[in-house]
Design a protein around this ligand. Structure first.
Ligand SMILES: [Zn+2]
Ligand SMILES: [Zn+2]
Length: 99
């Protein structure tokens, strides 16, 4: 089992499509987010351009949970809470807490 510190350390490559940090995910990568909705690009069914999400070195939403203080425990971001209590801001590409 990796410890919490390891889980939060940036990963140099996307765990799915293996692109480097700052590079756009390849088509069909299940880590890539739709930049319009903040949700998984692979399962986005909207007829729009989902944009070219890049690998940040972190799992999508981790940094948002940290910023919002939504952690289940050390190294454990509450990613589900983003879906229920936050709104995706396509301009900043961040999740914002709902007012
Ligand atoms: Zn990827
Ligand atoms: Zn989309």
């Amino acid at each position: 089992m990796p410890n919490a510190r390891d889980l939060l350390a940036p990963q140099p490559h996307c765990p799915d499509c293996e692109v480097a940090i700052g590079q756009p995910h390849v088509e069909g990568c299940d880590v890539a987010r739709c930049l319009r909705t903040g949700l998984q690009r692979l399962s986005c069914e909207r007829k729009h351009n989902c944009g070219n999400d890049t690998w940040s070195g972190r799992w999508p939403g981790e940094a948002d949970c940290e910023r919002l203080g939504w952690m289940i425990g050390p190294g454990l971001p509450d990613l589900n809470r983003l879906l229920t209590e936050a709104t995706w801001n396509p301009a900043t590409r961040q999740w914002d807490a709902r007012a």
